[in-house]
Design a protein around this ligand. Structure first.
Ligand code: ZN
Length: 256
């Protein structure tokens, strides 16, 4: 082969390789990027769709459930039992009362917070150590990861930090989150699936998560009601992440 012919074909190969690299949806490290799906506040309308999609897509997830909802929601007990039979689901405690959504008031009573979490253990049938998420607070108390909610002001934090400590000492492994699929007051998702996926791509480029390359995503069961096309949205979301090469991590093994 003459030099005249060799050079262009060599250049074409280099260019083609470059184009492939740029056109693939994620860079080569995509396989290391892990998403932990977490669903809060069940059982609620929408919970059944969450369970169906988790089974169908066979991905791990944590379900942080509210004791009061087990007792008061239609089919609450049945949905709890159903959650136990989802192969890759980790069940967790998300309090008994959900603070009645009055968080400052709830966290002003340390003994009351611990008692509320323990009451949920009774309803949910959990024994320590229990994966858990505090209502309304992005707090981590795991084996090696400790973090407090940076969105509350310092004076409030001074009132609340002992609550987090004592809940942790009572045998709860507290999981916070890195990013949220947000919903409006009526439960309707704020971001479209496409928007959320592009946010996730973007955030992994910055990689400022509690643990590098690992994102805990917060969602709420009520977002997945039929009236919001919940089943379709969640299925599309998970399939898009799979297609982009993300891994789905087991929240129970988050620290490994
Ligand atoms: Zn909640």
């Amino acid at each position: 082969m003459s030099a005249r012919h060799f050079l262009p074909s060599f250049l074409i190969a280099v260019l083609a390789a470059g184009m492939l690299a740029f056109s693939s949806p994620m860079p080569a490290r995509a396989a290391d990027r892990t998403i932990y799906l977490t669903f809060d506040d069940g059982p609620l309308p929408g919970t059944e769709n969450v369970h169906a999609v988790l089974r169908q897509e066979n991905v791990p997830a944590a379900l942080f459930m509210v004791g009061l909802h087990v007792e008061t929601q239609p089919h609450g007990r049945k949905l709890l039992d159903d959650a136990r039979s989802i192969p890759l689901a980790t069940l967790g405690n998300h309090s008994y009362s959900h603070a009645n959504s009055r968080y400052r008031n709830f966290y002003s009573d340390t003994a009351g917070v611990v008692a509320d979490m323990q009451r949920a253990n009774q309803v949910l049938g959990f024994k320590p150590p229990v994966p858990a998420r505090l209502p309304g607070r992005n707090v981590f108390r795991l084996t090696r990861i400790f973090a407090d909610d940076l969105s509350i002001d310092v004076r409030e934090w001074q009132r609340e930090w002992l609550d987090y400590e004592l809940v942790g000492e009572a045998g709860f492994r507290l999981y916070g989150w890195d990013h949220e699929w947000v919903h409006s007051d009526d439960g309707k998702p704020v971001q479209s699936v496409d928007r959320l996926v592009s946010e996730i791509d973007h955030l992994f480029r910055y990689n400022r998560f509690m643990r590098p390359d690992k994102m805990i995503l917060l969602m709420h069961d009520q977002m997945f009601q039929d009236k919001f096309d919940g089943k379709q949205n969640l299925e599309t979301f998970i399939r898009q992440l799979k297609a982009r090469g993300y891994r789905f991590g087991d929240p129970a093994r988050y620290e490994e």
